[in-house]
Design a protein around this ligand. Structure first.
Ligand SMILES: C[S@@+](CC[C@H](N)C(=O)[O-])C[C@H]1O[C@@H](n2cnc3c(N)ncnc32)[C@H](O)[C@@H]1O
Length: 380
């Protein structure tokens, strides 16, 4: 066996043992498709600096056949803008999508082309379609190197790809803040869409939707996933509202919600459904650069800080921390409301939540599509 086939076989064994790969068709695909062809180099961050690492060495091959996401492009702000996803996550998504031979699949987010190659090896070129806002030419060349020629196009993923519709499955390997209705229109009735819905900063998860002829509806996945967000180069960012200094007076109080509110992904998602668009989170630091509080800000000048030094309650439902809020929007009140609701419902996990997408609305629900329900913000 060659260097890469031994490593690929080892990775398949690891993913199979971990329960991420189950079907022989995907096991064979991950064993047979050379990931290093699609990832000839990747970027590694070292003390804030990105360095390109070639995979043309034993260490490079070890990295490329490990269960690791690898950044393959970085923008001028030092943000990763394309990557080859973790093979374990790719496998999990393919299994969740319940893909059968003969199915026609549209992938949103071609990236390196590796996932498209895995799809081609099981479904054949004619059944695989993939689009990206960039990188498609390189992906096409690499796919051809290993003998695949699916239909690829450079276009904004929100548009989907009408030419191959109706699809049996749509798999988005990039996160969206709302599910484009074009995808619902392009998947056949009974077909499935799997996408990472992320509203606001890191708030959301994979959701599997089935098209019922009008709406697409389904539940969030029990595991957690985080894809990079879809880019919208032509979308004009809304101007930030001038800060109304009259309403900046600060209020202080004690909160039951832990300062790092984002660490519990479900209530953080619920909070993000009502936090203003563009809300960010981070830490305030003392003069030794030690974090002292968490800081939440929104573009209208609203702020909330919560001191890290507080008391955790024994029942796991909160504690007591000092918090201060200022600005037109009481950001922490939104977070507290979401946590209170989540505690009241008995701390439900992801799979108890679902999403319904219609042409006009996107609604998150608990247990049952009827209620309780939350409206998702939609793009203008
Ligand atoms: C995690 S990577 C996809 C990995 C890919 N499936 C693979 O196997 O290498 C996410 C991709 O989404 C793409 N993307 C970002 N915004 C997009 C958009 N508006 N439309 C289509 N693709 C987009 C990025 O360019 C990036 O290549």
């Amino acid at each position: 066996m060659s260097d890469w086939t031994t490593r690929a076989a080892r990775l398949v064994d690891e993913l199979t043992e971990a329960g991420k790969l189950r079907s022989p068709q995907w096991q064979e695909a991950f064993r047979g498709v050379p990931r290093h062809v699609f990832v000839p180099e990747y970027y590694q961050q070292d003390g804030g600096t990105w360095t390109a690492v070639s995979t043309d060495s034993p260490e490079g091959l070890d990295a490329v056949y490990a269960n690791r996401a690898l950044f393959t492009d970085v923008d001028e702000h030092g943000r990763g803008v394309s990557s080859s996803s973790m093979p374990g996550l790719m496998a999990r998504m393919l299994e969740i999508l319940d893909i059968h031979p003969g199915d026609r699949v549209l992938e949103i987010g071609t990236g390196t082309g590796y996932n498209a190659a895995i799809l081609c090896s099981v479904l054949g070129d004619d059944n695989v379609y993939s689009i990206d806002i960039d990188y498609v030419d390189a992906a096409r060349r690499r796919l051809a190197t290993v003998g695949f020629s699916p239909t690829l196009d450079t276009r904004d993923g929100v548009l989907g790809l009408p030419v191959g519709a109706p699809y049996d499955r749509i798999e988005a390997t990039v996160a969206v803040s709302s599910v484009p209705y074009a995808w619902v229109q392009q998947v056949r009735e009974g077909g499935l869409i799997l996408v990472d819905l992320k509203i606001g900063t890191a708030a959301g998860n994979l959701v599997l939707l089935q098209h019922d002829g009008y709406a697409a509806e389904g539940r969030f996945d029990g595991g957690y996933a985080a894809f990079m967000s879809m880019r919208h180069p032509s979308r004009v960012e809304p101007p930030t509202t001038p800060v109304n200094t009259n309403s900046l007076s600060a209020v202080t109080g004690v909160t039951r919600v832990p300062p790092k509110a984002w660490e519990k992904s479900v209530p953080w998602f619920l909070a993000s459904l009502s936090l203003p668009e563009g809300t960010t989170y981070g830490f305030t630091l003392d003069e030794r650069y030690t974090p002292t509080a968490t800081l939440f800000t929104s573009p209208d000048g609203s702020r909330a800080t919560v001191l890290l030094d507080g008391e955790e309650s024994l029942d796991g439902e909160g504690g007591a921390w000092q918090c201060e809020q200022s600005g037109p929007h009481r950001l922490w009140d939104e977070v507290e409301r979401a946590y209170a609701l989540w505690w009241d419902f008995g701390q439900p996990s992801w799979e108890r939540f679902g999403l319904t997408v219609t042409p006009e609305t996107q609604t998150v629900w608990l247990d049952d599509p009827v209620q309780p329900a939350w409206s998702c913000p939609l793009p203008d």
